[in-house]
Every structure is written in structure tokens, then in C-alpha cells.
Design a protein around this ligand. Structure first.
Ligand SMILES: *Cc1c(COP(=O)(O)O)cnc(C)c1O
Length: 427
């Protein structure tokens, strides 16, 4: 069994004699066959192969196979974005009338997806604090609950999910736990080893790592026994009339049913397809993921410690600091580090935070996080600028909050940049 670094570099694609060492970019929408029967067998899911790149493409599949190996799953697929991955993973299990239990500490886009868009489709959600007791979590379930959702390290709140607590509750109710593992990546945490059944990613962040391609991924652990809960999951356990009466859980087994259904049915109908070129760029990022994550975490730890010791800083939230309320969970689930994102408050509130940001030279103002170049965002003067201080607090964002994504520059240079900007902001 190869180590995680070896998998980052080589998993998913093994060239044969004389073939390209790097993954070929197969920019072809379609694939040629000698007989109609040969192609028919693919359409019937009787044979595996390629016929149309909306459903599957060899470049994308090689990169998906690498991500499956990294997470320890049995099957995986790429999607056009992280949002598409979250939606497909959940919609593969839910229909109108169904219900989702989700941690409240999740990415804003995922919150909107559940609270607004999926609600319009008739799928309701109950949000629970990640710090809830087992009893509070238990009370969130209804007979219609089809899945539990959480984020390993939440963007931007940075809460650490107690994966085992959420997995136990999901499994008591005969439903899977889906975990968005974008921030730690499988280098720092493999949620399936702690009971998660399905993992999703915005590959746009650290996996790509260079701010070049938007993308997503879904990975199945193959551990959830759909047939044991066939009444809850008719889409997997009864014939799909739109696919010649195939029953996915029977034909593709526990390890293949989930991803096959999401591909054959949802990708077919919704077309949130990644491009082969984007998959190639993602793979370039994956080849150095283990090296980059170690550096992001080491630098973020240094920067967080500098901030925590600085009088111009009101508070610092980073799971790697012993002062973080989730430090024990971070040490348990991510002993090698969490991610490179830190949030903190600048003394003097909204105006001081704004002056601080404008005085930064190396660290750029961006809405993005998790790539090689350090960046930061002050929600009160940018994404949330229409809100007053009270409205901000209600949204869980304080007026002084700055979110900093620590990149791959020298940590000492970043600290010098922050230090000079704090001095300028104090004037
Ligand atoms: C960015 C992000 C998403 C959404 O991904 P996109 O690739 O932007 O669609 C989902 N979850 C988390 C944790 C994210 O950070």
C-alpha cells in the first residue's frame, strides 16, 4: 500500500510501454465504434467504455481515480465545480418530500443550496450546531431524513466537525454521512477512516492549489449498505426505468452503485461536466498536494502564533492554536495540521480592519482562499458591506473579522507584511 505522497504523484494513471508519462488530455466529445452493438452495450451499462464526454471522459476518470485512492474510496467522479459536487452527492439520495440534517457550520454556497434552492425542490433541511450534544443531533432527524452533511473544517468559520459523532447519528438512523473535505484535503484528513460514507470536494481550492480551474469531486467509500435500507433509497435499490430497469445497488454492488447512478442519471440529465483540460490542471496540482499542504499548515501556524501575540489583534481563530475551542478535535482528526486559513479581528473594528487590508502589499484582497498566493478578505467592507454591525453579528461575522489564506510565500515575508500593515492601520 503506497503512502499518501506516492498516491498524490502516481495514483489513477499507469502508462503502458511507450505511452505518455503525463496524463493525456483527451479533448474529444465523442468516441468511435465499429458496430452499433458495441456502442449499445455501453449505453446499457453492460460494458465499460466511453461514448460521450458529458457522462465520462478518460482524462477526467484518471484524475477521479487518483482522488478515490487518496480518500480511500471505491469510486469517484469529477464535477464542473464544488457546488455541483455537493448538489449531485445530495440529490443522488433525496427527492421532493425528503429531509437533510446538516451542520450549520458550512460553506455559504452550500447553505444557500440547502436552505433556498433544494428547499424549492421540496427537500427540507434542519441545521444543527457542530457543537451540539448527541441528544440535540438526534432530535434533528425525521422519518424522511436521507442523509447527514458536514464540513471537516468549515469555510469560513473554521469549526472542526466531530466526524465520529455525526457518523454515529447518521448510522443509527440508517442514512449515510456526507463530508465536504475541501479544506484539509485527504493529505490531512480522510473522513472515511472515521465513519463518513461519501466525501465531496471543491477541487478549486487546495487540490488545484494554483487558482487555475474551478472543479469538484465526489468519492464513495463503498461502505454504506444501500440494500439494508432499501425502503429509504428507492433510487438505488429499485429499477431505474430511465436506464432499462437497472437496479444500481444490485448490478454495481455497494462499491459502485452510488457513483454509477450519479453519473448515468444525474450527470446525464444535469450535465455539470468537468472539462478534460481542467482535469489535467487539477492533476498537476494533485501531484504536489502533500508537499504544499505541509507548507500551508506550517506557515499558517507561524502566522497564527504571531497574530495571537500581537496587541493590535483582538482575537485569532485557527484550529492549530491551543486557544481554539476545536483544538482537541483538530489534533484528533488532523494531527499533521488542518489548513492554511486563519480568521482574526483587528482592534478598532471595521475602519481599522479596512485600513489594515489596504496597507498590505504581498497579501492581496480576494474572495478566493487556498491557493499558492496569500490573500485576505474583510467581509464587513466587501462581501457583507451592505450590513451594519448588528446585522453582521447576526450573520456570524464580526465587523473586525479578516479571513486570511496563507499561501506558499516565505512565512517571514508574510509576517513582515502583516506587521507593517498593522502599524499603518494604527496611525
Ligand atoms: C469553495 C467551496 C465550495 C464550492 O466550490 P466551488 O468550486 O466554488 O463551486 C464548497 N465547499 C467548500 C468548503 C468550499 O470552500
Amino acid at each position: 500500500m503506497a503512502g499518501i505522497g506516492t498516491k498524490c504523484v502516481q495514483a489513477g494513471y499507469t502508462p503502458k510501454n511507450g505511452e505518455p508519462r503525463q496524463i493525456p488530455i483527451i479533448e474529444s466529445t465523442t468516441f468511435k465504434y465499429d458496430t452499433g452493438d458495441a456502442m449499445g452495450a455501453l449505453f446499457d451499462l453492460e460494458a465499460s467504455g466511453y461514448f460521450y464526454s458529458r457522462l465520462q471522459n478518460p482524462t477526467c476518470d484518471a484524475v477521479a481515480a487518483k482522488i478515490a485512492a487518496l480518500e480511500g474510496g471505491t469510486a469517484a467522479m469529477l464535477t464542473s465545480s464544488g457546488q455541483a459536487a455537493s448538489f449531485l452527492a445530495m440529490f443522488n439520495l433525496c427527492s421532493a418530500g425528503d429531509h437533510v440534517v446538516s451542520s450549520s457550520a458550512i460553506y455559504g454556497g452550500t447553505y444557500n443550496l440547502l436552505a433556498v434552492t433544494m428547499k424549492r425542490m421540496g427537500i427540507s433541511s434542519t441545521f444543527v450546531s457542530p457543537d451540539c450534544t448527541e441528544e440535540e443531533l438526534e432530535a434533528a432527524f425525521t422519518p424522511e431524513t436521507k442523509l447527514v452533511f458536514g464540513e471537516t473544517v468549515a469555510n469560513p468559520a473554521l469549526n472542526v466537525l466531530d466526524i465520529e459523532k455525526f457518523a454515529r447519528a447518521a448510522h443509527r438512523h440508517g442514512v449515510p454521512l456526507i463530508v465536504d473535505n475541501t479544506f484539509p484535503t485527504p493529505v490531512n484528513c480522510r473522513p472515511m477512516e472515521w465513519g463518513a460514507d461519501i466525501v465531496t470536494h471543491s477541487t478549486t481550492k487546495y487540490m488545484d492549489g494554483h487558482g487555475s480551474a474551478v472543479g469538484g469531486a465526489i468519492i464513495d467509500s463503498g461502505k454504506f449498505d444501500w440494500m439494508a435500507h432499501a425502503d429509504k433509497f428507492p433510487g438505488l435499490c429499485t429499477p431505474d426505468e430511465s436506464y432499462h430497469g437497472i437496479t444500481y445497488a444490485e448490478k454495481f454492488g455497494q462499491g459502485g452503485a452510488f457513483i454509477t447512478k450519479a453519473t448515468a442519471q444525474l450527470m446525464r440529465d444535469l450535465g455539470v461536466t468537468p472539462s478534460p483540460m481542467s482535469a489535467y490542471l487539477l492533476n498537476l496540482g494533485l501531484e504536489s498536494l502533500h508537499v504544499r499542504m505541509a507548507r500551508h499548515c506550517a506557515s499558517a501556524q507561524k502566522v497564527a502564533e504571531f497574530l495571537a501575540a500581537n496587541d493590535a489583534i483582538a482575537w485569532v481563530n485557527y484550529p492549530g492554536l491551543p486557544s481554539s475551542k476545536d483544538h482537541a478535535l483538530a489534533v484528533k482528526y488532523m494531527p499533521n495540521g488542518t489548513c492554511g486559513v486563519i480568521s482574526f479581528g483587528v482592534r478598532g473594528g471595521r475602519a481599522a480592519a479596512g485600513r489594515f487590508m489596504e496597507a498590505l502589499r504581498l497579501i492581496a484582497i480576494e474572495t478566493h482562499v487556498a491557493d499558492a498566493r496569500s490573500c485576505c478578505l474583510h467581509p464587513a467592507t466587501t462581501t457583507h458591506r451592505q450590513m451594519n454591525d448588528d446585522e453582521l453579528l447576526a450573520a456570524g461575522v464580526s465587523a473586525d473579522l479578516v479571513r486570511l489564506s496563507v499561501g506558499l510565500e516565505d512565512a517571514d515575508d508574510l509576517i513582515a507584511d502583516i506587521s507593517a500593515a498593522l502599524a499603518a492601520a494604527a496611525k
